[in-house]
Design a protein around this ligand. Structure first.
Ligand code: NAP
Length: 473
């Protein structure tokens, strides 16, 4: 059993609540770790440590802060095997894929933000005024379980590189990788108070951070419902807020597009990480006269996504993260059938019993979906693709935008001008042409109810700098 305490001011401390939380391995349904159930007093201690450290950390040169981040990247790299093992245990991501999907971006992200911090122009002079960009002070991060390490590192490495100190509340479902990260921060020699982790329950630790008057900026990643609550609380003390929320993103296959390539892209996008990816293209918009072709291709492709024991080299799809997630995804597959969609891959998951070993759900594909069905409207957060037929490109764009979300989108077409035109008409923040994934320096974030602000690259870095102007005599 792995055991961790809270990480505050470079010390491992027990929570003042005296309580712990067990962390379950979703592939075995057995507890593999225990962490502290932090409370408001722990948050106060962590914020005080971060505030105390913020002046000195903010006063270091960008080059000095970059040096710490580069050391952290090296330490993370040296511990990457252990980190991979932890992430496989906490969310069930297969061992064969966990480094590429979960750990590599944390290492490269530390190096990227070191480079950005060094190269960034923090001051600019106009005719009669000067603009200075400087850190906020203390940044709180509240993060989900689906990419438990990188959801934290993407925001907090940017925040620290920009000169802020941070307090992180990871998801109680998968907090262990972030505590391992704290171990790496300590080994990399960061000054005390720069990076702090308080584990616990969202409504307790998350709320306390959002409301704390000495937290200057809040960066939240999670569901839209929780983001609204946390954002409202953060505004009671007028904090800078960044929200990275849910999605229900479309992939449009244009009439002349490469169906085989589009099918390969959508299966990878929706089935990897067991469909638990915010920007997954879960609505597949296909010209009506190509639906038969797409159905045949998708059946062939989905068969490659072998579901099972994450320790097995052949496994591509591990379990869902929890019993609640399993019941939710099962309910949506049942809803799809009852609303008249046709299930062509996968099946309705069985009832859980005491004998059920893990939360395994086979990748599922529905044909004959219409955009008003529940499975086309709600974020399922499981390996489920809904194929929706369209008659004209204008109709495809209308369907793509007929959602409260606006996180991502993708277009496959053989006519680049037409594909670019359609991409520009999609109301979303992160778009791919023919499935090409940009590097991590591209800005990422949502329109509409998918969020406020951006992560990644220079745009993500700038979220953690505030702007001051000085008029000159
Ligand atoms: P979640 O339930 O909203 O939880 C996210 C984090 O917020 C957790 O740490 C959670 O704590 C905390 N929290 C929940 N309710 C809270 C409240 N009322 N006050 C304060 N904190 C609260 O989301 P999730 O199930 O972990 O993650 C899945 C969701 O995240 C999906 O909707 C997905 O689309 C979204 N997501 C978005 C992005 C993006 O970049 N746009 C990236 C990844 C995931 P607990 O420990 O108590 O759960």
């Amino acid at each position: 059993m792995i055991e961790y305490k809270l990480f505050i001011d470079n010390e491992w401390r027990e929570s003042q609540s005296g309580k712990t939380i067990s962390v379950e391995d979703p592939a075995t349904r057995e507890d593999f770790a225990s962490v502290q159930r932090g409370n408001e007093a722990d948050v106060a201690a962590a914020v005080a440590a971060a505030k105390e450290a913020s002046e000195d950390w903010g006063a270091l040169s960008p080059r000095e802060r970059a040096g710490y981040l580069r050391s952290l990247a090296d330490v993370l790299e040296a511990h990457s095997d252990e980190m991979c093992g932890i992430i496989t245990s906490e969310i069930g991501m297969p061992r064969a894929h966990v480094f590429d999907w979960h750990v590599a971006a944390a290492i490269s992200g530390a190096r990227m933000y070191a480079d950005i911090a060094e190269a960034y122009e923090y001051t600019a002079e106009q005719d009669n005024y000067m603009v200075i960009k400087e850190p906020f002070g203390v940044v709180a991060g509240i993060t989900p379980w689906n990419y438990p390490l990188t959801q934290a590192t993407t925001k907090l490495f940017a925040a620290m590189a920009a000169g802020n100190t941070v307090v992180l509340k990871p998801s109680r479902q998968a907090p262990v990788s972030c505590l391992k990260l704290a171990e790496c921060v300590l080994e990399a020699g960061f000054p005390k108070g720069v990076f702090n982790v308080v584990t616990g329950v969202g409504g307790e630790v998350g709320n306390a951070l959002a409301a704390h008057p000495n937290v200057d900026a809040l960066s939240f990643t999670g569901s839209t419902d929780a983001g609204i609550k946390v954002g409202q609380l953060a505004l009671t003390t007028v904090k800078k807020i960044t929200l990275e929320l849910g999605g229900k993103s479309p992939l449009i296959l244009l009439p002349g597009g490469d169906a085989r390539a589009a099918v390969a892209a959508i299966c990878s996008d929706v089935f990897m990480n067991t469909g638990q990816t915010c920007c997954s293209f879960t609505r597949f918009l296909v010209p009506r006269d190509r639906c038969g072709e797409v159905e045949a291709l998708i059946k062939e492709e989905a068969a490659n996504y072998i579901t099972g024991d994450p320790g097995d080299e052949a496994t591509v799809v591990g379990p869902l993260v929890s019993e609640a997630a399993y019941r939710k995804v099962k309910g949506y597959i049942e809803a799809g059938l009852s609303e008249g969609a046709r299930l062509v891959c996968g099946k309705v998951p069985e009832e859980l019993t005491d004998e059920t070993k893990g939360y395994f759900v086979e990748p599922a594909v529905f044909m004959d979906v219409t955009n008003d069905m529940t499975i086309a409207r709600d974020e399922i957060f499981g390996p489920v693709i809904s194929v929706i037929a369209y008659d004209t490109v204008d109709e495809a764009v209308r369907i793509a935008n007929d959602t409260k979300y606006g996180l991502a989108g993708c277009v496959f077409g053989n006519d680049r001008t037409q594909a670019m035109d359609v991409l520009c008409r999609i109301k979303a923040g992160y778009l791919l042409l023919n499935g090409e994934i940009p590097d991590d320096s591209a800005p990422f974030g949502g329109y509409k109810m998918s969020g406020i602000g951006r992560e990644g690259g220079v745009h993500g870095f700038e979220e953690f700098l505030q702007i001051k102007s000085i008029s000159l005599d």
